[in-house]
Design a protein around this ligand. Structure first.
Ligand code: AMP
Length: 278
């Protein structure tokens, strides 16, 4: 695997491959890789000729400085995992390589910015669109692979691609879970064994909602799911919503697809998860 720290070196390398007619797949990550990330690399390998993974802990998408500081950064281990997964290229830039001092960014993504995650993490999606735009610009991928784990993020990036007419196709990949149902996340390393058990109420409730879903009972189901999570000891509940799969506004009987999304803190660790129920 080739590892690049500088944009110009990466661009030159990819330009040559593109000139040979090779297609490029991008998997953007913040590192501390797990099977969820590696499933994106595997999917990218199936669908494109050259797979580029990026590892960059993007400061502009963190609204909590402590969260940024304690974000795990096991780069040597990550490189081994990517090599084993057959990834072709890793781009692992420093913050100064990606950002000029006092850089400004704003993209009007409408209601999506302030719903759900946006409400609890103000500014988060401006930081996400800012860095993903830059990564698309450097890598110029044909296909970019994102996880359903961050469902709202996929919607936001898809809106950006549409607004700016970016020449990339997005592929949303399913959520990888632990055997007990917990959605894999880089933040799970912060959970104690007890907190891990406590956190299972999130996926259990989502599966329960999926198994009992009926359009006629949505309000009642959302309330029951909310009760299950908010009454669980050790859980600091943020939201549980049955949302329209396209707009993420509250689902209606007319919604073509419906997704149940949840966020909660367990101890000091903030977790999100979702399940497509319709
Ligand atoms: P992150 O490193 O958390 O920014 O995630 C990088 C990419 O991996 C994003 O597209 C995530 O949605 C995706 N991802 C994270 N966790 C999972 C998971 N458990 N299953 C599938 N994809 C995931």
């Amino acid at each position: 695997m080739k590892v690049f720290k500088l944009k110009t070196d990466l661009q030159q390398y990819l330009n040559d491959l593109r000139a040979e007619g090779k297609t490029i797949g991008l998997t953007a990550t913040m590192g501390a890789l797990h099977q969820g990330h590696l499933s994106l690399v595997a999917r990218a390998k199936e669908q494109t000729d050259v797979v580029v993974a990026t590892i960059f802990v993007n400061p502009t998408q963190f609204n909590d400085p402590k969260d940024l500081e304690k974000y795990p950064r096991p780069i040597a281990h990550d490189i081994r995992l990517l090599e084993q997964a057959g990834c072709d290229v890793l781009f692992n830039p420093e913050v100064t390589e990606m950002y000029a001092a006092n850089e400004q960014w704003h993209l009007d993504i409408g209601a999506l910015e302030h719903l759900l995650e946006g409400k609890f993490r103000p500014g988060h999606y401006q930081g996400v669109t800012q860095i993903v735009f830059k990564l698309f610009d450097v890598v110029k991928p044909d296909l970019a692979f994102f996880g359903q784990k961050d469902y709202q993020q996929v919607m936001v990036i898809s809106r950006m691609v549409e607004l700016l007419s970016l020449p990339v196709k997005l592929v949303m990949c399913p959520i990888e879970r632990e055997a007990d149902g917990l959605a894999m996340s880089s933040r799970n390393v912060h959970l104690s064994a007890q907190e891990h058990q406590t956190a299972l109420v999130l996926s259990k409730t989502l599966f329960w909602l999926r198994d009992h879903f009926s359009v006629d009972e949505m309000a009642d189901l959302q309330q029951q799911g909310t009760d299950q999570i908010s009454h669980a000891p050790g859980v600091d509940f943020e939201y549980l919503e049955l949302a329209d799969g396209e707009t993420l506004l509250p689902a209606t009987p007319q919604s073509k697809s419906i997704v149940a999304l949840v966020a909660a803190k367990v101890g000091a660790t903030r977790l999100i998860d979702n399940v497509i129920v319709k």
